[in-house]
Structures are given as structure tokens and as C-alpha cells.
Design a protein around this ligand. Structure first.
Ligand SMILES: [Zn+2]
Length: 529
């Protein structure tokens, strides 16, 4: 996603959320959610059927679900059954406990009937035109405000949404629409099914009055736009570029993971939210100058974040860093290398500014703060910059081979940083773990002190590079002397290089092509006279 529209919103998320560790007692195979919405009030009525495989013997099956709180918001469960047989259950503020024993390896379908006003997760609100809207907004673990589930990116499952709502609304969700029919009483029933396994963070429905149009069918994937009717002209025009972005990625990464892509104007709290096959964008996105970059980011997430999900939140950069860099590469492909360089320079500044307030590695295993603070420059810009340096180190061909292999191997599942490293090593034939570790598992960046002198008797430039930070990096420093580019391998604290000069007043430039995430000062000149 792109970050929350307002920092104030992050105050909503003050609790510490821990990812479920390996060793979870159940694996959800499939969710079916029947949701009834009304205009009379904000109460939603839900029926969930959760197909579950038991991974170790349990006396109680537990799902995440926010219970009813003192302000009257939250979900109240009324019945739980299995095969028509009622099961005893109880709820606390964030869990549903089903008191039923289950054997290892057994599978069960638990049917849960519940209702309530969502405290979060399903945003019931009005568009800027005063029309009522309903939008799921689950990242990171807000799904269980309105859906009983295992709210963890590591437990992926297929999903169906069967929505009953007033007939004037159009319903969009993950997957393909398999049924859309009128019901008595001015209501409408819509069924969407996604058979590919999704993490709960990207399961979604959007229910509103929409103008809908197809932007194209690149690679046989229907790409459509859902915009508020009042924004029809501007919105359909703005979102049409999605049909150009999708095939750019399929050619390089691999097939689009889902059977359709809808781009939806919405009330998400984020700039954009990469819900699988149904991306939600902020309401004003239809007039936003950055819409192409925003769409490129969210569409890249369909491969990275949705299809290949991080194993845990410490590896969030695998979603956000990849989406950031894929966007930069798409824009480079369309508008040229200057556009890439401009973004890299801007991102580099954001990274260095961020480090001053939060000094932690990209793979942030010690993070204990509110989840929204994980949406930071480490996950986005530094993750993206790392991939840029990786591409420069191993070359374009190996980079794209590694990216495609990573998608192919982990699509529908989960991966971590070591999984990507292994496939990049395989693609390049190079050892890369030290390179991954220095950029991703330690905080900070190289600080270089570069001094040079000209030796006129030899027509040579001598360059002294000192690494000033605590631990030296292994890096490739590009140095340009009189227009000729050299790639200097550096691994020690102090390294000297000698290059031929072409002029009596040589011109020395450091990293002229924006390929190193480092700060440096450059001093030097003619010392031979
Ligand atoms: Zn993102």
C-alpha cells in the first residue's frame, strides 16, 4: 500500500500486533463470508464458513474476531456449528474460542453467525458526494474487526464473498463474480469467488454506487475501473493506464496471479491498498498527478505482497521494497533513466532523513511499535534502493531471472529475505548473503570520505576512499575521471586507487549514475604543483 493519508490515523493503531509464529494449531483452507448490509444502520450481519485443517491436536479452536466493546462496536457471535451441530463458544475482546476438540490432520468446517457494527476494517462512510459506501480495509490485521479469521499473512486461504445489499449498490471483491441477482425488497445478491489463496490483509469487498468500465484485457486479464458516478469521466480516464502497467510486469515477472483486476475509487485510509485483484485507491486519486506511479505500485503488489506474501512483518520490505522498485523500473521503462534517477535521489534523501529518527535494520525483527509505523522509509525506499544496488551488482539479466524465479516458486505462499537471496544467488552464480546482510540486517549506510590528488608527472589521479561508519561495507563505488567510468571494489576501511587522467585539470565525480546508497564528501585537486 502507500502510506496512510494522515499521520493522525496512525493513532488509531496503538496495540502491538505480533505475527503468528510457525507452529500454529490450525491452517485455514477456505473462507466463505456471507455479509448482509443495509442502509438503515451500520450493523452488518455475517455468516462465515471456515474450512480448517488441524495441524496439532487441540481442545479449543481459536479465531481472531473483535468482540463487542463498551461503545457498542465489534462483533457478537450468536451461533457456532459444525455439520449442523451447535458448538459451545465464548468471545473476548479479540478472539473467538470454539470449545471443540480436534485431532491432528482432521478437517472441519466451522459455521459462525455474527453481527455488529465494525469498529474498523470495514469502513462504512460516505463519499465526498454524500453517498453511502462500504469498503474493506484490512491491512495489516484489521480484517478480524469484521471477519472471523486467522488474521496473519502466513495463513493464506481461498475466499468467497456473498454480499446482500440494497440493489442500487454495485459490489466488487476479490476473484471473479459468479452471481449477481435481484432479491425481493429492493435488494441484490452478489457472489465473488477467489480460488487462489490470499492473506487476510488483502481480502476485500467494496460496496457503493459505481460507474464501471473496462480499461482493457492485456494478457487476457480483464482490467476494469470502478469510480463514483460523479467522477466518471475523470476517473475512468485516470485509471485506464492500469491496462498498460499490468503487461509490463507480466512480461518480466510472470503471469498475473488473479483472473481479473479491478481498480476502485474508495475510502481506504491508505493512498492505495493492494487488495488482491481489487485494488482500492484514495478518493481523490482520480485527480492525483501521481496516479500512474500509485497504480504501478499497487499493481506490483499483486505479485509481491499478495501472491508472494512475507512470512512475517519483519520481512515487510519484500512487499513494499519490491513494489517501490518495480514502480521505479516501470517508470524508467516508460520515461527513461532520468526518471529512475530522479526517484532514486529523492528516495535516498528520505532514507537518510528517516535514519536520524529511527535507526534500525530493514529486516526489523526487534520492532515492537504500532504496526502502522512499519510503513516507513526502511521498508519502502531502502528496500527499493537495496534492489537497485542488487540489480547493478548482478546485472539486469540475472536480476529479472531471480525475480521471476522468486515469483514462480512462492506464488500463493510466503517467503522471507533468505528465500529471495538464495534465488538471486542461483540466478547470478554469485555469493550474495553478505551483500544482503549488510544492507538489510544492519542499520545505517556507508559514509565515505573521498580525497584525490593529481600527479602531473604520471598524469594520474590517486583516490583515497575511507569508510567512516563503524563496520566497513563491501561495495562497488563508481568513480568517473575525465568522463571515463571506473567501478572500484571496496571492502576495507581504507582503499587507494590510481586512474589515468586525460587533462591537466582532471574532473573527478563519485557515483555519477546514482548507484550507491551512501553519503560521502569529496575533496581534492591538483597537488603536484
Ligand atoms: Zn505498498
Amino acid at each position: 500500500m502507500l502510506k496512510p493519508l494522515s499521520l493522525l490515523l496512525s493513532l488509531l493503531f496503538t496495540s502491538v500486533v505480533l505475527a503468528q509464529q510457525p507452529g500454529a494449531p490450525v491452517d485455514v483452507l477456505k473462507y466463505r463470508f456471507a455479509i448482509t448490509l443495509t442502509d438503515a444502520n451500520n450493523v452488518i450481519k455475517g455468516k462465515a464458513a471456515i474450512s480448517t485443517r488441524v495441524l496439532k491436536p487441540v481442545k479449543q479452536v481459536v479465531f481472531d474476531l473483535v468482540g463487542k466493546n463498551t461503545s457498542g462496536k465489534g462483533m457478537q457471535v450468536t451461533t457456532v456449528t459444525e455439520n449442523g451441530r451447535p458448538l459451545k463458544f465464548n468471545q473476548d475482546s479479540s478472539k473467538l474460542f470454539i470449545n471443540t476438540a480436534a485431532l491432528q490432520g482432521s478437517t472441519h468446517v466451522y459455521n459462525i453467525t455474527y453481527q455488529g457494527i465494525p469498529a474498523d476494517g470495514l469502513i462504512i462512510s460516505t463519499s465526498k458526494y454524500g453517498k453511502r459506501t462500504f469498503f474493506g480495509d484490512n491491512w495489516p490485521t484489521r480484517a478480524h474487526n469484521w471477519l472471523p479469521c486467522v488474521d496473519d499473512p502466513a495463513d493464506k486461504a481461498s475466499v468467497e464473498f456473498a454480499v446482500t445489499a440494497p440493489a442500487k449498490y454495485t459490489v466488487v471483491a476479490n476473484g471473479l463474480k459468479v452471481l449477481d441477482k435481484a432479491l425481493p425488497g429492493g435488494r441484490r445478491f452478489t457472489l465473488w469467488k477467489e480460488t487462489v489463496k490470499l492473506p487476510t490483509k488483502v481480502m476485500v469487498i467494496g460496496v457503493a454506487e459505481f460507474a464501471v468500465a473496462q480499461a482493457g484485457t492485456p494478457e487476457n486479464i480483464p482490467v476494469s475501473s470502478y469510480v463514483f458516478p460523479e467522477d466518471k469521466d475523470v476517473g475512468l480516464k485516470a485509471y485506464a493506464v492500469a491496462a498498460e502497467i499490468l503487461p509490463w510486469y507480466t512480461k518480466r515477472i510472470g503471469p498475473f496471479p488473479y483472473r481479473k483486476l479491478a481498480n476502485v475509487q474508495s475510502k481506504t485510509i491508505f493512498g492505495g491498498m493492494e487488495n488482491a485483484g481489487a485494488i482500492f485507491y484514495f478518493e481523490e486519486s482520480v485527480r492525483d498527478k501521481g496516479i500512474e506511479a500509485l497504480m504501478a505500485h499497487e499493481i506490483a503488489h499483486q505479485w509481491f505482497g499478495d501472491a508472494v506474501s512475507e512470512k512475517n512483518w519483519a520481512n515487510l520490505w519484500l512487499s513494499e521494497g519490491l513494489a517501490t522498485y518495480m514502480t521505479n523500473l516501470y517508470l524508467e521503462g516508460k520515461y527513461g533513466v532520468d526518471s529512475l534517477n530522479k526517484r532514486l535521489i529523492a528516495d535516498r534523501k528520505v532514507i537518510f532523513d528517516f535514519e536520524k529518527s529511527y535507526n534500525a535494520p530493514v529486516v526489523d525483527t526487534a520492532f515492537k511499535g504500532p504496526m502502522m509505523q512499519l510503513l516507513n522509509a526502511n521498508a519502502y525506499q531502502k528496500g527499493g534502493w537495496f534492489l537497485h544496488m542488487l540489480r547493478r551488482r548482478i546485472g539486469n539479466k540475472a536480476f529479472w531471472t531471480g525475480i521471476a524465479a522468486y515469483y514462480k516458486q512462492y506464488s500463493g505462499g510466503n517467503a522471507n529475505t533468505n528465500d529471495l537471496c538464495y534465488l538471486m544467488e542461483k540466478a547470478s552464480g554469485m555469493k550474495l548473503s553478505a551483500f544482503f546482510n549488510q544492507w538489510l540486517r544492519q542499520a545505517g549506510h556507508p559514509i565515505l570520505n573521498v580525497k584525490w590528488e593529481y600527479l602531473p608527472q604520471n598524469r594520474q589521479v590517486v583516490i583515497h576512499v575511507n569508510q567512516m561508519q563503524v563496520k566497513p561495507y563491501q561495495l562497488n563505488l563508481e568513480i568517473m575521471v575525465d568522463g571515463k567510468l571506473y567501478r572500484a571494489d571496496i571492502k576495507d576501511v581504507a582503499t587507494n586507487f590510481t586512474f589515468p587522467a586525460l587533462h591537466d585539470k582532471p574532473v573527478v565525480k563519485i557515483d555519477p549514475n546514482i548507484n550507491l546508497l551512501a553519503t560521502y564528501n569529496l575533496e581534492g585537486g591538483d597537488t603536484g604543483k
